[in-house]
Ligand binder design. Structure first.
Ligand code: ATP
Ligand code: MG
Length: 694
């Protein structure tokens, strides 16, 4: 079709336009089917370009149902879909329908993986009603096997469940042999290679028997399917275009999946920035993006962007200086036309409390000056770093929303309800069953196990449940429980009514188990609201497990608060986003870089990139906070303590001229004037008092 594309394409710069039109035959070079890589620094418009490309493809006649759009989070996916829809409207006008449904294959690798596995369950010998374990469930199952196999007893100092799971996950995601992973990342566990191998084999068997998958399985099974030529062609054939954002943070499995589905790279587009690769701890590898062009014949078309549209020049100069010292880097320094005389601030401050005060003061000041709090964000390395700040914000009645922290779903009562739904969905899921059974009075681990064993032996677990002798002391609760599961198991209530049925059943237990039952009940009501946004129990459980919303957000990660609120986020969760004002907390050695970074070059380099990611989130104003005393939460049994800290090594002496250095608390000028004025007052009180009588 002939397009009136001038308006939306003319808003892009040349390089962006080339990327958007690549291979669509509209560009000067004519049709070119080679894959496309857009590799460029922060704020250069990569995500924006990707959204335009999707819209342009649709406007040029591509079927949105045959487009796979892979993003890093659900929030990013929802945001991208909205953007594409907006752009399509400007091109097609009223002819453009709503896209949310049509662009059905937009999501994270994990959620798309889950969907495909259900679809191809038959071919891979899997029950399509499989349930998905989050990290905590996975660690619990790992622990169970660890005990069953006796390692926790026979092997002194055998690694804990979290470490075992991390090792397992790294092997799966990196494709590296266990021995290599142990030597490189867990040298203190290297002596247990044989035992770990046995443990992991047991873990895999248990998952299969119970019909559960963990996060890694969603990628692993997808990758395995795409290594079969028939399935690979079928799966890859679903989409004419596959586009991936934030490609620098994908791991080996994810690259294998893409290459398996699109071996010749036709229709494949990936965008990313090697300088922002910050997920190596989850086995992401920057090699994916660097090796991408040469993986195809003919090689991929590479487009680089070098103009930053996000930040002012002083902010960009400082960020460029930090990343400029990096040992290895593909993307080059960015430039911007956004002039400003406001330098980023380097704020040296006494401690955590003073830091919280400074930030709260500045946020309010900026709001007074016209910047809503929603356009201001406070970033920190680890979720627990914001504790003091949260207390201060609460004390001052400043509403905030926190991303990347403890999730809504992590609270015990919400997990209870979800476990019940999961158990109803998949009665073989022992971790869910174990949790749910123990909600009943008088039911401990022993009797829970017995019940699960009986159910497990039957082809109709819920029927079998009816014949189980009620555990002692469970009283009437048992009959109610059996009844509820029978109802849920046979889908008698329907979705989302089920969740209300579960809440109704759970309420008396909630009151027995928790003192603050009424606040917790409010959470469950909110959970019901969230549930209403999903078409089915299965979809609800999958999505929620894979990308849990924050306590204060709706399913798309959009906060439910009406009022203005401040954003709190870990740096990792801030990826891809931007705010007018940004505060980065605890930019001290020991935090960035973390004292857990082993000091190896690769680890330290990743920490530098983390700071770069944080700084490049800012559009107009940036405050880098350097507390002199830094509160360290106990890790490796060292206990909580204050440590004296100094400015991060990534901002060295030569760079100081790029910042405005501030020491705080400083007395503000008007406060100083007031104090001087008070000091200079002289009243001859004695004379006055005498004068009253003269
Ligand atoms: P990151 O590396 O942080 O993910 P990015 O490269 O994906 O950044 P975007 O988020 O797409 O960058 O864009 C950054 C900002 O620049 C956005 O506000 C976007 O609207 C704006 N922008 C991008 N391209 C242009 C353009 N051609 N003209 C004007 N503004 C633009
Ligand atoms: Mg982006």
């Amino acid at each position: 079709p002939v397009l009136d594309h001038d308006d939306y394409l003319s808003r892009l710069n040349d390089a962006q336009r080339q990327a958007v039109t690549h291979g669509t035959g509209v560009s000067a070079g004519g049709a070119d089917s080679s894959p496309l890589l857009v590799i460029a620094g922060a704020g250069s418009g990569k995500t924006n370009t990707l959204a335009h490309r999707v819209a342009h493809l649709i406007a040029s006649g591509a079927d949105p149902r045959r487009i796979l759009l892979l993003t890093f989070s659900r929030r990013a996916s929802v945001e991208m879909t909205r953007r594409v829809e907006r752009i399509c409207k400007t091109v097609l006008g009223d002819k453009a329908g709503p896209l949310a449904d049509a662009l059905a294959w937009a999501g994270t690798f994990h959620s798309i993986g889950a969907r495909l596995l259900r679809e191809y369950a038959q071919q891979i010998g899997m029950d399509p009603a499989f349930s998905i374990h989050d990290r905590e469930d996975s660690a619990d199952l790992m622990n169970l096997i660890r005990h069953d196999q006796g390692f926790s007893k026979t092997e002194k100092r055998f690694p804990g469940k979290g470490t075992c799971l991390a090792i397992y996950s790294r092997v799966v995601n990196s494709g590296a042999p266990l021995s290599d992973v142990l030597l490189k990342h867990y040298p203190w566990c290297a002596g247990w290679e044989a035992q770990l191998r046995q443990l992991f084999a047991g873990y895999v068997t248990a998952k299969q028997e119970q019909g559960v998958l963990d996060y890694d399985d969603l990628l692993l099974c997808w990758a395995q399917m795409t290594s079969d030529p028939v399935l690979a062609a079928d799966i890859g054939g679903k989409w004419d275009h596959v586009l991936v954002d934030e490609y620098q943070d994908t791991n080996r499995l994810q690259a294998d999946i893409l290459m398996g589905m699109k071996p010749d790279g036709r229709g494949l587009t990936v965008v990313g920035d090697d300088a922002q690769s910050i997920y190596a701890f989850r086995a992401a590898t920057v090699r994916n993006i660097l090796d991408f062009p040469a993986s195809f014949d003919p090689p991929a078309r590479v487009v680089t962007l070098d103009r930053n549209y996000r930040s002012t020049k002083p902010i960009l100069d400082a960020a460029n200086a930090v990343i400029g010292e990096a040992a290895e880097r593909f993307t080059k320094d960015l430039w911007t036309e956004r002039q400003s005389d406001e330098l980023p601030r380097l704020v040296t401050i006494w401690d955590d409390t003073a830091q919280a005060n400074y930030i709260a003061d500045r946020v309010l000041e900026e709001r007074e000056a016209g910047t809503p709090m929603k356009q201001q964000a406070v970033l920190f390395r680890a979720s627990h770093h914001s504790g003091t700040l949260e207390v201060e914000l609460t004390r001052r009645n400043i509403p905030f929303v926190k991303f990347g922290g403890l999730k809504f779903l992590d609270s015990a009562h919400v997990k209870d309800v979800l476990a019940l739904l999961r158990f109803a969905q998949n009665p073989r899921d022992r971790i869910a069953g174990f949790r749910v059974l123990q909600l009943l009075p008088g039911v401990g681990p022993g009797s829970a196990r017995r019940v699960l064993d009986t159910m497990g032996e039957s082809a109709h677990p819920f029927e079998a449940l009816k014949d189980v002798k009620a555990p002692q002391r469970s009283g009437e609760a048992w009959a109610g429980f059996v009844n509820l599961l029978t109802v849920l198991g046979s889908h008698q209530v329907g979705w989302p009514g089920e969740i209300a049925a579960v809440r109704y059943w759970y309420e008396p237990h909630l009151e027995r188990l928790h003192e603050d039952a009424s606040t917790r009940l409010a959470d469950l009501v909110q959970l019901e609201q969230i549930a209403g946004g999903y078409p089915s129990r299965e979809k609800f459980l999958t999505e929620l497990t894979l990308d849990p919303p924050d306590a204060t957000s709706d399913q798309a990660g959009v906060p439910l608060l009406d009022e203005d609120y401040l954003i709190l986020s870990t740096i990792h969760s801030a990826k891809g986003q931007e705010w007018k004002n940004v505060f980065v907390m605890n930019v001290v050695d020991g935090c960035i870089p973390s004292d857990l970074a082993t000091g190896e070059k690769d680890d330290i380099e990743e920490e530098r990139r983390l700071l770069y990611v944080a700084m490049t989130r800012a559009k107009d104003s940036l405050d880098i906070m350097v507390p002199q005393r830094f509160y360290v939460h106990g890790q490796h049994s060292r206990g909580d303590r204050h440590v004296y800290a100094s400015r991060t090594r990534f901002i060295d002496r030569d760079m100081l001229s790029l910042f405005q250095s501030i020491s705080w608390p400083v007395v503000k000028p008007e406060e100083q004037a007031r104090q001087e004025a008070v000091k200079s007052v002289r009243i001859d009180m004695a004379a006055r008092l005498r004068g009253m009588w003269s």
